[in-house]
Ligand binder design. Structure first.
Ligand code: GDP
Length: 440
């Protein structure tokens, strides 16, 4: 995410970090580089200029030149300003109303339908809501089908009237249906066009007026940079929407849209889409995003994701097994599945401070666990619970079955053995013993 911008900002600020003494000249030089980095990332010209001017004023106001760590202070100023620019505080979603009505707007291909599904799934699992999805695209039957496919995937009902050519009526009927059937959130997916046109604008404005939604979200493809910002402006003039959804942030985006959109339309980014799957949705946190852009990682999000996957019941069972020395390869496999559920490896690594940058060019793929899984799958149930019985001939068989080598099997067995010992020690409260073991 935003690799290029991160790199350039890092280089610009690095110059200052290395200087024992800092002059007004090299602060100006650094800020010029920062501005260039922002422009290269497709940040709006005016926004970039205001950004560097503000940072400069603050830097001079805080006497950055005479502080002990001027480089650090500059990084902090840039970080704070980036956060401010992206909206400052995290903006929530308004879930009032019964039912809450959420209207989706945006161009065709922006990811509206996918996001409607993601949002329904998010509200269902995180906020224990009962959402209803509504297909209001009267031009493309395929779009209605697509929403039905999405709905089936996440177990959410989809309301559609394929024969009806009046989107206002469909939306109103859907809300009535929701009221009668106990749905408390109605997500209306509307028709988009490839480019803005008057007919589309009038149509969505009519739907908007008729259903008076609690939330109107504008969905936009982050990869389109300045175009995204311009489209946002046009939609906002007509709909006065409440928030922005930036999709496709998992792609090779430059970051311009994320950084400029708030300052141009004065509406917060509320959610981001980071993949095609239904769980690739995140609440947008400006401060965390600024940290990521500056290569400082995003530990808070990482911990949150870990917590989401944490199953107390499972953890208790696991603890018992460890205490009884029964932790086997099946449990290990289970643990790997849990980690994988947290997201793509590249994404996770990007959240670790410093690691994203350090491992930028390393090809981290989600197949990292494949070898390990294959080896475990090639073991018999008995071997998984009693790894001690795995002798030479068994190792050969396992290596052959998993398409790996005996060395790889040995390596995994060794790691597993060390891990089991470590767990046992932690259980016994033997912190000291563990430290000793690690020192060995
Ligand atoms: P709509 O025309 O606005 O409803 O757009 P769709 O929901 O059909 O999305 C268009 C394409 O973008 C589809 O192929 C989606 O799978 C893809 N897409 C949507 N959101 C994301 C995202 O966050 N990341 C990625 N990589 N692809 C996405």
């Amino acid at each position: 995410m935003f690799d290029n911008l991160s790199d350039k900002l890092d280089k610009a600020l690095h110059v200052l970090k290395g200087h024992g003494s800092i002059t007004e000249v090299n602060v100006a030089e650094t800020l010029k580089e920062v501005r260039r980095a922002l422009l290269d990332a497709d940040v709006n010209f005016k926004t970039a200029k205001e950004f560097t001017n503000t940072v400069k004023e603050k830097a001079l106001g805080q006497n950055v030149l005479t502080t002990l760590q001027p480089g650090q202070l500059m990084v902090k100023l840039v970080k704070d300003e980036l956060t401010e620019l992206m909206g400052g505080e995290t903006a929530g979603i308004n879930l009032s109303g019964s039912p809450t009505v959420i209207l989706m707007s945006g161009l065709q291909g922006s990811g509206k339908t996918t996001f409607s599904g993601k949002l329904a799934n998010y509200l269902k699992t995180k906020k224990t809501k009962k959402p209803l999805l509504v297909a209001c695209d009267i031009y493309r039957p395929a779009a209605i089908n697509q929403l039905h496919v999405v709905g089936d995937q996440i177990g959410v009902e989809v309301y559609s009237e394929p024969e009806n050519k009046n989107p206002v009526q469909i939306a109103q009927n859907a809300i009535a249906h929701a009221k009668q059937n106990g749905f408390n959130v109605v997500i209306v997916d509307t028709a988009g066009r490839l480019a803005i046109d008057e007919a589309m604008m009038t149509e969505i404005a009519n739907v908007h007026k008729a259903i008076n939604p609690q939330e109107t979200l504008f969905v936009v493809d982050a990869m389109t940079g300045q175009d995204a910002v311009n489209t946002a402006k046009t939609f906002n003039e007509r709909l006065n929407f409440d928030g922005v959804v930036l999709t496709k942030l998992d792609g090779d985006t430059r970051g311009g849209a994320a950084i400029s959109i708030k300052s141009v339309v004065d509406k917060p980014i509320k959610f981001i889409g980071t993949g095609e799957k239904m769980d690739a949705i995140d609440v947008f946190h400006p401060a965390r995003m600024a940290d990521r852009i500056l290569g400082m990682g995003d530990v808070v999000s990482l911990v949150e994701r870990a917590q989401e996957q944490f199953d107390e019941e499972e953890a208790r069972k696991l603890q018992k097994k460890i205490a009884k020395n029964q932790f086997g390869f099946d449990d290990f496999l289970n643990q790997i599945q849990q980690v994988k559920k947290m997201g793509s490896m590249k994404d996770l690594v990007g959240m670790i401070p410093g690691a994203g940058k350090a491992l930028k060019d390393v090809d981290i793929d989600d197949d990292a666990f494949k070898g390990i899984e294959a080896i475990i799958h090639s073991m018999t149930p008995k071997e998984r619970t009693e790894p001690a019985i795995i002798n030479g001939s068994r190792k050969k068989r396992i290596a052959k079955g998993s398409g790996t080598s005996v060395q790889q099997v040995n390596q995994l067995l060794k790691q597993f053995d060390q891990m089991s010992k470590m767990m046992k020690m932690m259980q016994g409260g033997g912190g000291r013993k563990m430290m000793q073991a690690m020192g060995k």
